[in-house]
Design a protein around this ligand. Structure first.
Ligand code: G6P
Length: 365
């Protein structure tokens, strides 16, 4: 057991630190920057991609948040309506044409019963189905038309970490591929996204190298009443995922919100004992988000922000720097949130790799 953790106290911290390697594996051999091409080795039926009117993503937990991140990229690059549904709530709804629908199951394990149920409903309705998974030979791969592997390597900690990064990265590659195939993404924009993807492992490494700053923040804020995570655009799924990590492993009350919603209710909960953690990077409308952070600070809350390297928000109580990787910057902010959750939980001596009441893979509906 100790040997498998390679000197780390918990699998979760090991897996957080494995992210640069996992991401290199995810990207390996799939990106041709010069030709602005992506090869995911999926062969869709002739003209399916030109024909599709909707991409549906079905998933649970952390995979659902990866889907939310990806949906924005798919809409932006491939100009196709993309919906994301919690798998247990999914139905192939009225008015949809199955011949023009691509349904994607995002599932690390490939065994989550709710996700399998949803993708089978899509399949029965006649939609084209695709799995994005970490697990070769898993049940989901047998339930779909095509599968793409995220190649993150085995993840043991119950709380998903490196698989989230690899899922978003794989789906970002798919978004570029769809955009190129549909003629909606220019070669120059595709190249710049692919350059950013190539820079992602190094950017994540820089965040990991700043872990000592996150430890200090975790020590400072470990005993607060609740934690509110804020983001806009691509920062929203990261805010939701950041809150989920803290709930799962620290057992602290944490909630994520689209930052603009703060004033429509959650602000009533803000006190000087509820720090806010915000995504203030490219892809996350940083200036607008900061306005909402300031609203919380006015009510006495401290603010911790993940900020793009070329920006500064002088009024933050704690700032974590995110290197320039364009629309992938919120994904680097997520690494800071993973470390924050880990170190708050560690300060409290929680059972980090096996939190109470939770399972790595939930095989009942
Ligand atoms: C469980 C795990 C979560 C995971 C979710 C979906 O709830 O505890 O970490 O995000 O299942 O798992 P999947 O394998 O489908 O991605």
């Amino acid at each position: 057991d100790a040997a498998e953790k390679a000197g780390y106290e918990h699998y979760m911290r090991k897996e957080i630190h494995e992210q640069p390697t996992a991401l290199r594996q995810t990207l390996s051999g799939r990106v041709d920057v010069d030709r602005a091409r992506v090869d995911l080795d999926v062969s869709f039926p002739e003209a399916l991609l030109e024909r599709i009117e909707e991409v549906q993503i079905v998933a649970c937990g952390t995979s659902y948040y990866a889907g939310r991140y990806a949906a924005r990229l798919i809409e932006s690059f491939a100009d196709v309506r993309t919906t994301v549904e919690i798998a247990s709530e999914y139905a192939f709804g009225a008015g949809r044409d199955p011949d023009r629908t691509l349904t994607i199951a995002v599932t690390q394990s490939g065994e989550t019963a709710d996700t399998l149920g949803a993708i089978r409903r899509a399949d029965s309705a006649g939609a084209r189905t695709l799995a994005v998974t970490n697990t070769l030979g898993s049940s989901v791969t047998r339930a779909v038309d095509d599968a793409v592997f995220i190649r993150a390597g085995p993840e043991i900690g119950v709380a998903a970490t490196k698989t989230f990064a690899s899922q978003v990265t794989t789906l970002a590659l798919l978004a570029v591929a769809l955009g190129r195939e549909r003629g909606t993404l220019s070669a120059s924009r595709a190249r710049s996204v692919l350059e950013n993807l190539r820079g992602l492992p190094g950017a994540v490494q820089q965040a990991l190298d700043a872990e000592a700053d996150v430890v200090a923040a975790a020590e400072q804020y470990r005993d607060e009443d609740a934690f509110f995570f804020l983001g806009r655009d691509l920062g929203v799924p990261v805010a939701l995922e950041g809150a989920l990590k803290l709930k799962e492993i620290a057992y602290d009350h944490a909630e994520g919100f689209p930052a603009g919603e703060l004033k429509h209710g959650p602000l009533a909960l803000v006190t000087d004992r509820t720090p806010v953690l915000a995504v203030l990077t490219e892809g996350g409308s940083p200036a607008e988000t900061m306005t909402n952070v300031t609203e919380a600070q006015t009510r006495g809350a401290d603010a911790i922000g993940c900020v793009s390297a070329d920006r500064e928000f002088g009024t933050l109580d704690v700032a974590f720097e995110v290197p320039d990787v364009g629309l992938l910057e919120p994904l680097v902010a997520n690494v800071y949130f993973q470390l924050f959750a880990y170190h708050v939980a560690n300060e409290k001596s929680r059972a980090i790799d096996k939190p109470r009441n939770l399972a790595k893979s939930v095989t009942v509906e």
